[in-house]
Design a protein around this ligand. Structure first.
Ligand SMILES: [Ca+2]
Ligand SMILES: [Ca+2]
Length: 319
């Protein structure tokens, strides 16, 4: 994403359990301390209205502005794209360490997930916009009209290196952003502070206004605390992501991130001595809107369908 701030999320915290983040991927190392204030997405106390106060707004605006100038990549053609490594070949566990199928009624006992009830990127999140349907799909809804209202969930635990795959179908209604991302919002080893992570973020974001007849775009980004986004790109696609479910994901590896769709590589981002993604990231889905970049709000409710998500950890090398 570009984005930090708005990117996918930005929750606020009222207790330890609420973590937030933004949507941008960030990465790693940055000077934590100094940056925190800069990050607008920082969570604030959700107390009451979850409204945020200040600094966040600036950051969100900055992110949106930067995201609106995202470089455009060459068109992605699924048939011609290279295949990603299989689980064994890539060194991943053959069995997911975490998986969720969002069965009907999921929202009544979301287990390892937290449903956002605060603002993210200036969009008000609520439980009624994060509900599983009869088909066993999580539906994150961006409501028609104003004020900006969306849905968002995040994992309660954090994860290390590995492969994430989510089977999703973004909305065909223009004016929404539907995301898949991982972010270090909270360092879970320090329960006294619920938003002390490094704020690095890896994003997949769909801007539904880019979807058309057999066409569309996906926005990929890396955010680090020191820079939002650190890197981002819009990739034109040879299909419309909203016409069918596809398996989207990313491999978070010790030396690079690889984004993929239906087993084909979308992009590869190699770490440098300064910029890298390290373990300890929470996982998120969200749906939100704004005017400038997302071209929202939508004219009718925009539903983002998420069938399942799985995480295959990278195996430790044998001693
Ligand atoms: Ca973390
Ligand atoms: Ca913490």
């Amino acid at each position: 994403m570009k984005i930090l701030a708005y990117a996918p999320h930005m929750p606020t915290t009222r207790s330890i359990r609420q973590q937030s983040f933004a949507a941008l991927p960030l990465l790693t190392c940055l000077v934590l301390a100094s940056v925190r204030s800069a990050t607008a997405d920082a969570p604030r106390p959700a107390a009451g209205n979850g409204t945020a106060s200040t600094p966040e707004a600036a950051t969100t605006d900055q992110i949106v502005q930067a995201s609106g100038k995202t470089p455009k990549a060459a068109r992605f053609v699924r048939a011609a794209a290279p295949k990603i490594a299989g689980l064994a070949e890539g060194g991943f566990s053959p069995v997911p360490a975490f998986s969720e199928s969002f069965d009907s009624g999921w929202e009544q006992a979301p287990g390892p997930w937290q449903i956002a009830t605060w603002r993210q990127n200036k969009t008000r999140m609520a439980r009624e916009r994060a509900v599983a349907n009869e088909e066993g799909q999580l539906v994150l809804t961006v409501a028609a009209g104003t004020p900006p209202r969306g849905g968002s969930i995040q994992s309660k635990e954090e994860f290390g290196y590995g492969r994430w795959i989510a089977r999703v179908r973004p909305s065909s209604v223009p004016g929404a952003l539907n995301s898949i991302f991982t972010k270090d919002w909270d360092d879970k080893s320090t329960p006294g502070d619920a938003h002390d992570g490094r704020k690095a973020e890896v994003d997949i974001e769909f801007l539904t206004h880019t979807f058309g007849d057999e066409t569309g775009e996906v926005h990929l980004a890396i955010h680090l605390l020191r820079k939002h986004p650190l890197w981002h790109v819009d990739i034109p696609l040879d299909f419309n992501p909203a016409t069918a479910f596809h398996e989207w994901g990313f491999d978070i590896l010790p030396d690079k991130v690889i984004w993929h769709v239906d087993g084909k590589q979308l992009w590869r981002w190699d770490y440098t001595a300064e910029d890298a993604i390290d373990p300890g990231y929470e996982f998120f889905f969200n749906a939100w809107t704004n005017r400038k970049w997302i071209l929202g709000p939508p004219a009718t409710d925009a539903d983002y369908l998420i069938d399942w998500v799985k995480f295959y950890p990278l195996r430790q090398p044998d001693p």
